[in-house]
Design a protein around this ligand. Structure first.
Ligand SMILES: CC(C)(COP(=O)(O)OP(=O)(O)OC[C@H]1O[C@@H](n2cnc3c(N)ncnc32)[C@H](O)[C@@H]1OP(=O)(O)O)[C@@H](O)C(=O)NCCC(=O)NCCS
Length: 343
């Protein structure tokens, strides 16, 4: 029986407001104006890794494509890495701290739950006072951030937005778990998104699958003493190679381009074999440049896409004006991506 006090659905009548408000208007379009990155100093090759876990260098390379990864030292804190990457992106975009309209920090490894890292990063970038916040979308975090940044620039909520993807995955790695420890690494990447007269970013394709959230994330270690990152690698692998790969095809479609129009493919650096499977699904032509930063960097979660972009610039494999498909996928489960024009 329904209680007499139970709320009932009512439809509200919208009356004409008594006063008119000013709305916000931003730039017609947005684009990435500059990228930046920070790669930790310490290289850990597969030989060294196999002194920690029960594996072989050959197995690791064959199953993941990784030959070495970067681990942050104590002085390479998340704040330090974010600041270095953010400053580099701002310098390349030609903006100073006082021009920053918002800072979005994508991370799953900020050391405390509150206060958030975003405001501290904003302060370190000379942008104290700017709106700044953290977001948790796993390895999709950077692309989630770019999507929000585009919206902020186009709505007029901010003129220039610094998006940072940074993680110290070694802080949450279970070194007793040989199926994930060899994949995880540390680093930071950043981008400045700003106004543009022409489209510099295609529409995002993004989403989540909370019903499958148990596939990866923080769970107790075997002895139950700590929460560390664990995953069901095979399930993640299948999801990425099938569902996420199909979503990537939609990213091209939404931007109004075909695979033959693409110059560069920069997927999340989770596993070389996932990248290969995605290329097959997308039917990418041979001549396209494909990011393979995984080989020397490992999986850095939200930093992986901007770090991979940075290596392509360093190796002179990409140039300004080229059209790139970028995408990330990971814990949540979350995925996001878009076609962008490289700065
Ligand atoms: C983790 C991953 C590399 C494992 O590769 P795989 O080919 O799927 O291997 P499987 O999980 O099927 O395991 C195969 C065997 O290797 C063993 N194995 C696991 N880790 C090993 C290691 N480091 N060294 C040697 N053998 C290992 C397993 O125990 C298993 O043995 P079994 O067949 O006797 O049970 C792969 O699943 C992967 O990359 N998944 C995606 C993970 C990821 O990127 N997550 C983050 C996304 S953001």
């Amino acid at each position: 029986m329904t209680s007499p006090n139970a709320p009932t659905a009512t439809s509200r009548t919208h009356r004409a407001p008594r006063v008119a408000l000013k709305g916000s208007t931003g730039s017609p379009f947005a684009r990435v104006l500059g990228f930046g990155s920070y790669r930790p100093r310490r290289r850990v090759d597969n030989e060294e890794m196999c002194r920690i876990i029960d594996s072989t260098p050959e197995w690791i390379e064959q199953r993941s494509g990784i030959i070495e990864r970067r681990w942050a030292s104590d002085d390479e804190t998340l704040l330090h890495m974010c600041t270095e990457a953010g400053k580099m992106a701002m310098e390349r975009a030609g903006i100073t701290g006082d021009q920053v309209g918002a800072v979005i920090l994508a991370t799953v490894t900020w050391p405390v739950r509150t206060p958030a890292g975003g405001p501290q990063v904003a302060a370190a970038l000379g942008a104290n006072g700017a709106p700044a916040y953290d977001q948790s979308a796993g390895c999709a975090g950077f692309c989630y951030g770019l999507t929000q940044a585009e919206g902020l620039v186009r709505s007029g909520a901010a003129e220039y937005v610094v998006v940072i993807g940074a993680d110290r995955l070694t802080d949450i790695t279970d070194f007793q778990d040989r199926s994930s420890a060899f994949l995880l690494a540390d680093g930071a990447g950043a981008a400045v998104v700003g106004p543009s007269d022409t489209p510099g970013m295609g529409p995002a394709v993004w989403g989540s699958d909370g019903e499958a959230s148990g596939v990866m994330g923080m769970t107790p270690t075997a002895d139950g003493s700590e929460l560390k990152f664990h995953m069901q690698g095979r399930d993640v692998f299948k999801w990425a190679c099938t569902y996420v790969a199909r979503q990537s095809a939609e990213m091209l479609e939404k931007a109004g381009i075909g695979p033959e129009d693409l110059d560069v493919f920069i997927p999340h650096q989770a596993n070389n074999r996932i990248i290969d499977a995605m290329m097959r699904t997308l039917r990418l032509p041979e001549h396209i440049t494909v990011a393979r930063d995984i080989k020397y960097q490992g999986n850095t979660s939200s930093a992986s896409v901007p770090l991979a972009i940075e290596r392509l610039y360093d190796d002179n494999l990409v140039e300004s004006g080229q059209t790139a498909l970028i995408m990330g996928f990971g814990a949540g489960l979350c995925y996001a991506g878009q076609v962008i024009q490289l700065p």
